[in-house]
Design a protein around this ligand. Structure first.
Ligand code: 1CP
Length: 371
């Protein structure tokens, strides 16, 4: 195992007190191969669980995120049910934007929608800084959750500046993020100031979660796949690096995930610099993990990449796929098993529980048993 990095976390933090520092997730993120592979699922907290749907009745999504008792309970539900190796904090990438005063709601069946999109230099100028005291409900929810999780680590997360900008500029979900990419080229100065603002807001959100007890931090750049490599390196990666820099002094393992990221996977690993800049890189379902390792090298842990579409396939088909993912992940220094993107809402939760049991039977993933 690599040495624990230096940290300015409080002594009571689970990574420092030792509660989570020896967990399979943290060990794998730091480059070790624990006896059993860690597994968790993006979007494990949410719509696939009946207990989630029941609890959410009558509460709007962002209100649920800002209610510490409810956010904590929703975070814990999949950990109890599936026996996954980590909780992911129940929140949303637009929560810190809302706390900074932006008029945004999450519309059921659609996603984040803004009252008015941010498109001009004046719009960006008018954005306010996030008052750190506004993050109190987040810190409280994380602290409550970590208390209940015991030795199981909690993953904190935030949206990467580009993915946030895709919502801010478009005003809601969009297919190819055309308006956002146009702004990047037509007004690079406004673009850069918008992404710098988003990096600060996301970075503060991430830092609050880690200080309150999260043992890992994941940056979601879900829409990075719509960018060319040149645009990513020049106009996006430095801002993602700035967002992650908010937790650099804390020594918490950092995961960088994107969808459709094959062209930029190496740059997501280096954050646009010459050397590895994160502990783990999340890979979507399009790229086999051994090919991902060929692209990013063995200086970083890989996370992924069960195809979410396989969750509704017959078990024999899914099982063979999971075994193949684990076998290919054997090429990496370490592997955190996950999906290639989030759990689809219609997924049968029993299937997720079964995957966890299977992965835990496959040992450290390198003994060929998975073949
Ligand atoms: O009513 C509901 O249940 C709303 C559905 C929902 C949920 C459960 C949304 C709206 N957000 C969430 C929670 C959420 N969002 C989590 C919780 C923890 C977990 O993973 O279990 C996380 C990590 C996110 C992050 C998030 N929000 C991302 C990045 C991850 C990803 O899936 O790519 C993105 C892109 C969003 C925006 C968003 N929020 C909600 C939706 C439906 C969307 C996507 C909309 C679109 O397609 O553009």
């Amino acid at each position: 195992m690599t040495d624990a990095p230096t940290t300015s976390l409080p002594a009571s933090h689970p990574l420092v007190s030792g509660r989570t520092s020896g967990s399979p997730l943290v060990r794998a993120l730091r480059g070790d191969r624990p006896e059993t592979l860690p597994v968790w699922f993006m979007r494990q907290a949410g719509r696939s669980l009946p207990e989630y749907r029941e609890l959410r009745v009558g509460t709007a999504m962002l209100d649920a995120c800002l209610d510490p008792a409810m956010a904590s309970e929703i975070t814990l539900q999949p950990v109890r049910r599936h026996g996954v190796d980590a909780g992911i904090f129940f929140s949303d990438i637009v929560v810190p934007i809302k706390l900074a005063g932006v008029d945004v709601e999450i519309v059921p069946g659609r996603g984040p929608v803004l009252g008015s999109p941010i498109r001009s230099a004046a719009d960006v100028e008018a954005l306010e800084q996030l008052d750190p005291t506004a993050l109190a409900p987040i810190s409280e929810a994380v602290a409550r959750t970590v208390e209940q999780l015991g030795d199981t680590p909690l993953i904190g997360f935030a949206g990467a500046p580009f993915t946030l900008a895709a919502y801010l500029v478009e005003g809601g979900p969009s297919k190819d993020h055309i308006r956002a990419r146009t702004l990047m080229h037509s007004d690079p100065d406004t673009w850069s100031r918008l992404l710098a603002w988003a990096a600060d807001v996301s970075g503060a959100f991430l830092r609050a979660q880690v200080l309150a007890g999260a043992s890992a931090a994941q940056l979601f750049d879900s829409w990075v796949g719509s960018l060319s490599r040149a645009d990513y390196v020049q106009s996006v990666a430095p801002h993602s690096a700035a967002a992650l820099a908010h937790v650099a002094d804390l020594g918490v393992p950092r995961i960088h995930f994107g969808v459709g990221s094959g062209e930029v996977l190496r740059d997501m690993t280096t954050l646009g610099t010459g050397t590895v800049g994160v502990d783990a890189v999340g890979v979507d379902w399009r790229l086999p993990l051994d090919e991902a390792v060929r692209r990013v090298g063995t200086g970083v842990t890989v996370q992924g990449n069960i195809d979410p579409a396989m969750l509704s396939a017959p078990w024999e088909v899914l099982e063979a796929h999971v075994r193949d993912v684990v076998r290919r992940g054997g090429a990496a220094r370490a592997h955190v098993v996950n999906l290639g993107h989030g759990v689809p809402p219609e997924t049968d939760p029993a299937v997720l529980t079964r995957i966890v049991a299977l992965v835990h039977e496959l040992g450290d993933g390198t003994d060929g048993a998975a073949a």
